[in-house]
Write a protein that binds this ligand. Structure first.
Ligand code: HEC
Length: 185
């Protein structure tokens, strides 16, 4: 009888922890999305301005200097914010093991019909909350990430990013993902 009570107690405790973790994940995911939002719109605004002022060639320089800076700015209140991809342009953005697995999972989920705009994943690993949200490719992205990149743009990309892998994308493909982490107390 004692054993049964003990067992029941353990089951209740485990269920409570699971419920708490699920609530935590939901809360942290919500917070992560509010961290991504201004970062994403700042990137978009910066890119748009660069394209309007100096076309794709000039905008490459803006991306080159401003994208890492904006990621740094977004990394506050314990969050580390960045972007990653299965095919990176800047090698600083290469995925770690968890990011790699998540990017592959995102490709499978997209292939299975999930809307790329809402593909995301949250997980707690070794005391750290990790979150990724898919970034789809839009038509405007193909000037610098597409299949037929103009000669001057390609030349500039090759100079700045000799290890560039981030070409050959079409509108609708997954370009990569936002990736966030936060150490939990
Ligand atoms: C004017 C050229 C240009 C355009 C247009 C452009 N990008 Fe990029 N993109 C870059 C450059 C340059 C980098 C590398 C930035 C860096 O050094 O961190 C980059 C990096 C990225 C990264 C980070 C991962 C990596 O490959 O290093 C993602 C994700 C990304 N771009 C998505 C997009 C999306 C989505 C669009 C369309 C909305 C877009 N880009 C349009 C030039 C461009």
């Amino acid at each position: 009888m004692k054993h049964i009570i003990l067992l029941a107690g353990i089951i209740v405790a485990v269920t409570q922890v699971q419920a708490q973790t699920a609530a935590n994940l939901a809360e942290l995911s919500k917070e992560a999305k509010t961290v991504i939002q201004p970062f994403a719109s700042n990137l978009q605004a910066t890119l748009k301005k660069g394209m309007q002022e100096s076309g794709p060639e000039g905008a490459i320089l803006v991306c080159n200097t401003d994208a890492p800076e904006l990621a740094e700015q977004a990394s506050e209140n314990g969050w580390t914010v960045g972007r990653t991809s299965l095919k990176t342009r800047n090698s600083d953005n290469r995925p770690d093991q968890w990011e790699l697995e998540t990017l592959l999972e995102f490709e499978q989920r997209k292939a299975a019909g999930e809307d790329p705009m809402s593909i995301a994943k949250a997980q707690i690993i070794e005391g750290e909350f990790r979150f990724m949200k898919a970034i789809p490719t839009a038509e405007a992205c193909t000037a610098c990430h597409g299949t037929s990149i103009s000669e001057p743009v390609q030349a500039k990309l090759s100079t700045l990013y000799p290890e560039d892998q981030a070409t050959g994308f079409s509108a609708g493909d997954l370009r990569g993902a936002f990736t966030l982490r936060k150490v939990l107390e």
